[in-house]
Design a protein around this ligand. Structure first.
Ligand code: PLP
Length: 453
């Protein structure tokens, strides 16, 4: 099962430190991981679950190593965060230098350059060449909340449109925006008012063209809310937690056009799709849409907590001085990590790499799909690919099969994430630093899991 380090991974950032191999020394979880899981149960709140019950000691390139010296192939990147690889050398060096210089002053008390440099980079990289401003926060949910605050302030309106199957976070406002009851919302209400959910474009399930799906959503907006009450339309250009639903072509441009004609702020939540993941720097670029505000987080800082809202200067500048901020937002460690991460995306060919990873993923999974009717749909862009698992007799979502595949995978040394409102989607989000050999071996394990289930 051990494979030799291939030449590709030896040169990839994040990779060289750790042998790039799948290695099983014990069953998973091994004895040390089991010991840690017992301590977790006794010490950590029960609501904090884990998908893969291991004790991580190191990670990089395309692997995660546990305390029993098992080396697992990482097909999840900690939910699309470590696109540049875990402990990417550029990030490590930047953070080590910064932590020794100063760790915190609070940007809104005594500012520093790295925050401003991150804002400049985001203003340059996000779609559109209009004048932009950025503000930095800690988590994706916090940035989504701030985008909503800014859009409401700018428009003087309150209503926010969100979509079926949406995921925008776990704070109270973002839970109102999120569509999935279990496990996210159940028991945690009441939720924030003035949030309206409208139908998505879900080509595999609705069979509509993008224009038809946009017209359907717009009709609901006009009949049930009214443009004059609507501050913003908030959407993931490709849904993450909802199951990597890629809307039919024309759906996103149709919504953007309508929003522009009605002075409604169009917010793209690119928290999961951003930073090269889909084979473009941002997923909005695939259809050439230019959002008014773009929300980013996850892949932004190589694993350090950072998030941002970037958008049109006149919208971003609307709130009063002091209206936007927070103690830790744009922490200096996270900012230098983001600058190093952005340099890695731009200088190490990682955006192109995402496209090649996606070609491999789609090719292999469509090959399996041709022989296996349980793969109802295979979809995605770049290194953001999913398979939707169904009961071939009825077309019904098969969450049990999905759970069995994910479990088989980690027991055989592959970290695989699930998704979907019905829990029947396996999502592939490998680090962009994974070698071809490891990616291929990870997919072999997925094929084995399907064959055995
Ligand atoms: C993960 C995610 C969020 C929330 O980000 P956190 O950092 O977990 O708060 C918001 N939107 C999308 C699309 C996400 O994938």
């Amino acid at each position: 099962m051990t494979i030799v380090l291939d030449s590709a991974s030896a040169t990839l950032p994040g990779g060289p430190g750790l042998p790039q191999e799948r290695r099983l020394r014990t069953s998973i979880p091994g004895p040390r991981s089991q010991e840690l899981m017992a301590r977790k149960s006794a010490a950590v709140a029960g609501g904090v679950g884990v998908a893969v019950p291991i004790a991580v000691v190191a990670a990089g390139g395309g692997v995660v190593v546990d305390a029993d010296d098992n080396s697992l192939i990482d097909l999840g990147s900690g939910i699309a965060v470590t696109g540049v690889g875990n402990a990417n050398p550029r990030v490590v060096e930047a953070v080590q230098n910064q932590v020794a210089a100063f760790t915190h002053t609070c940007f809104t008390i005594a500012p520093y350059e790295s925050y401003i440099a991150v804002a400049e980079a985001l203003n340059r990289l996000t779609p559109g060449d209009h004048e932009k401003r950025s503000a930095l926060f800690n988590s994706g949910a916090e940035a989504v909340e701030n985008a909503v605050k800014i859009a409401r302030h700018y428009t003087g309106r309150q209503a926010i449109v969100t979509f079926e199957h949406a995921y925008h976070g776990r704070t109270n406002l973002t839970l109102a925006l999120t569509a999935k009851n279990q496990p996210y919302k159940s028991g945690f209400g009441p939720f924030a008012p003035e949030i309206y959910r409208v139908p998505l474009s879900y080509p595999y399930r609705d069979g509509l063209t993008g224009a038809q799906a946009a017209a359907r959503a717009i009709t609901v907006i006009e009949k049930q809310i009214g443009a004059e009450n609507l501050a913003a339309i908030l959407i993931e250009p490709i849904q993450g937690e909802g199951g990597f639903v890629v809307p039919a072509e024309g759906f996103l441009p149709g919504l953007v056009d309508w929003a522009r004609n009605h002075d409604v702020v169009f917010i793209a939540d690119e928290v999961q799709t951003g930073f090269g993941r889909t084979g473009r720097m941002f997923a909005s670029e695939h259809e050439g849409i230019v959002p008014d505000l773009v929300v980013t987080a996850k892949g932004i800082a190589g694993g350090l907590p950072l998030s941002a809202v970037t958008g049109r200067a006149e919208i971003m500048d609307a709130p009063q001085v002091g209206g936007i901020g927070g103690t830790y937002g744009g922490n200096p460690l996270a900012c230098v990590a983001a600058l190093a991460t952005i340099e890695a995306y731009e200088s190490d060919g990682l955006v192109e790499r995402a496209q090649r990873i996606g070609d491999t993923l789609l090719g292999r999974l469509r090959g399996i799909q041709a022989r296996d009717p349980r793969l109802g749909d295979v979809r995605g862009r770049g290194a953001m690919v999913a398979m939707e698992l169904i009961d071939p007799a009825t077309g019904a979502p098969d969450a049990r099969l999905t759970g069995r595949i994910a479990r088989y995978a980690y027991e055989h040394g592959v970290i695989l994430l699930t998704a979907g409102t019905d829990g029947n989607v396996i999502r592939f989000l490998p680090p962009l630093t994974i070698s071809d050999a490891l990616l291929s071996e990870g997919l072999d394990v997925v094929a084995e899991a399907l064959a055995g289930a």
